[in-house]
Design a protein around this ligand. Structure first.
Ligand code: SF4
Length: 473
């Protein structure tokens, strides 16, 4: 063995083993996934490896700071990366860094850089910066939203389905929510930019776009001085190759007639309404600083259904908000019973430092919150089952996500990726293709059927591996 090759095994502790390979750990929601893909794309264009297959000299933790539970998960991931970093580097990015800033550097010390949100476009500088300094840097100024170039995003999910972020931040000030405090006010991407991202996604095989924003109905107001979602939808509808456009999330008093009309008439826009209502009792909503009440929400739902009879409607509620009485909760149960929504998710109220709700009187005990959550979800379980049973005998278009062991698993227009259920059919199909499925069995979360034109199997066999991988409702 030559002295030269032997010396290669003695690492200079100041030089990481593979400084050009970056591992990105993503926590939290789909918006963070998109940010991580942009970060990966920027780094790949600059010559870094980002596939995670080789030993990484740099670890980026893209954190979530939405709720206390997410905060704890992010801190655990940061500490683990720091414990394992050796002579590598750790960069803490994203919402928790933005939310906590220097406090996070004190709680989880040892990272080389703490950077907030909206910095995707400058990650080349950030990574090279951690090799140029021995002192940790902290950059959590108010977010500037430096988006990466359209073509650099390094997709990690299924090629045929993509999230497309149309804006950042939020102009509302719901009293339980931390997001505006660290994601900032609502900032829209220009229409041309969103359309060019959609074109690029289509050119790389994408057929379904899931538009994401904190409030998609706010789109464009900051740029064009008018709510511009219908205009954006009309432009996206013309992008060749994009066959499904789904929107997440609507704010109730901005789901206007114009938006409903665009949804009902543009061929590629799906009749899928994800509208977090959070509560329905007027007093609870007033304390939450949210608009309207259950009666107006019901009227809106009826209007949406008369424009799009098959529309799938999903919402989320918070139970146990401070001051929520049994009567207020009872009105929420009445609403769930009457509205017959396709899907309902619920959260028990989480008391987040820095929000007005944190200091509100009459905090609801955990046991009561849990019990209310269980009652609400039990009621919705039977409604979801009935809604799915109503599809028995009908044929739906399904975008195939997986095919194995003689089963096709895909999603209809009613099923957002990672959130809703699946449609299963016996047979085979190419992932990424559309098939027609005749539904024979509607269950609480999922539909089962057979490929249209293929004789129905005598007995439904549960595709175990696929069912195990099913996203929770
Ligand atoms: S609309 Fe959503 S993101 Fe905005 S403050 Fe309310 S809960 Fe938070």
């Amino acid at each position: 063995m030559s002295l030269g090759s032997f010396s290669l095994k003695l690492h200079n502790p100041l030089v990481p083993q593979n400084p050009t390979n970056v591992r990105i750990v993503t926590l939290g929601c789909a918006k963070n996934e998109v940010d991580s893909e942009e970060i990966a794309g920027v780094l790949r264009s600059a010559g870094y490896g980002v596939d995670g297959s080789a030993e990484a000299g740099v670890t980026v933790i893209n954190t979530c700071g939405f709720l206390e539970s997410a905060k704890q998960e992010s801190i655990a991931a940061i500490k683990k990366a720091i414990a394992e970093k050796g002579n590598g580097r750790v960069i803490v990015a994203g919402c928790l860094a933005q939310r906590m800033g220097e406090e996070l550097a004190r709680l989880a010390p040892g990272a080389d850089s703490y950077v907030g949100v909206g910095q995707m476009g400058r990650f080349n500088d950030i990574v090279s910066g951690v090799f140029g300094s021995t002192q940790p840097s902290i950059d959590v100024k108010p977010p500037h939203h430096r988006w990466a170039d359209v073509t650099t995003r390094a997709r990690t999910g299924r090629p045929w389905s993509a999230y497309l972020k149309v804006s950042e931040g939020c102009d509302h000030r719901c009293t339980f929510c931390t997001i505006p405090s660290f994601r900032g006010d609502h900032v829209s991407k220009p229409i041309e930019r969103v359309v060019s991202e959609a074109r690029h996604l289509a050119a790389t095989g994408c057929r379904e776009i899931n538009m994401i924003a904190q409030d998609v109905t706010q789109y464009g107001f900051d740029l064009y001085k008018e709510f511009s979602l219908p205009r954006l939808l009309r432009s996206l509808d013309e992008v060749d190759g994009i066959e499904w456009i789904r929107m997440l999330y609507f704010y109730p008093n901005r789901l206007t007639d114009e938006v409903i009309e665009a949804m009902a008439t543009l061929p590629s826009v799906l009749p899928y309404v994800d509208i977090p209502l959070q509560h329905v009792h007027p007093d609870t909503l007033r304390r939450m600083k949210r608009p309207w009440d259950g009666a107006r929400y019901l009227a809106l739902i009826e209007k949406v259904r008369s424009a799009m009879p098959d529309v799938a409607i999903r919402t989320t509620f918070i139970v146990g908000f401070p001051g929520e009485t049994e009567a207020e909760f009872g009105s929420l149960l009445d609403f769930v019973r009457d509205a017959r929504l396709d899907r309902v998710g619920a959260f028990t109220f989480s008391r987040e430092p820095g929000t007005p709700a944190f200091d509100m009187p009459d905090q609801v005990p955990s046991k009561v919150k849990r019990e209310r959550y269980d009652r609400l979800m039990r009621m919705q379980a039977s409604i979801s089952l009935l809604k799915n049973k109503a599809w028995e005998g009908r044929t739906v278009s399904v975008l195939v996500d997986e095919c194995k062991d003689g089963w096709v698993a895909g999603r209809s227009f009613r099923d957002a990726p990672e959130i809703d259920g699946w449609v299963y059919a016996q047979g085979s199909a190419v992932p990424g293709s559309f098939v027609e499925v005749t539904v024979t069995d509607g269950q609480q979360h999922d539909l089962y059927g057979h490929l249209a034109g293929v004789e129905a199997p005598k007995k439904r066999l549960v595709p175990l591996q696929m069912a195990a991988a099913r996203a929770p409702q």
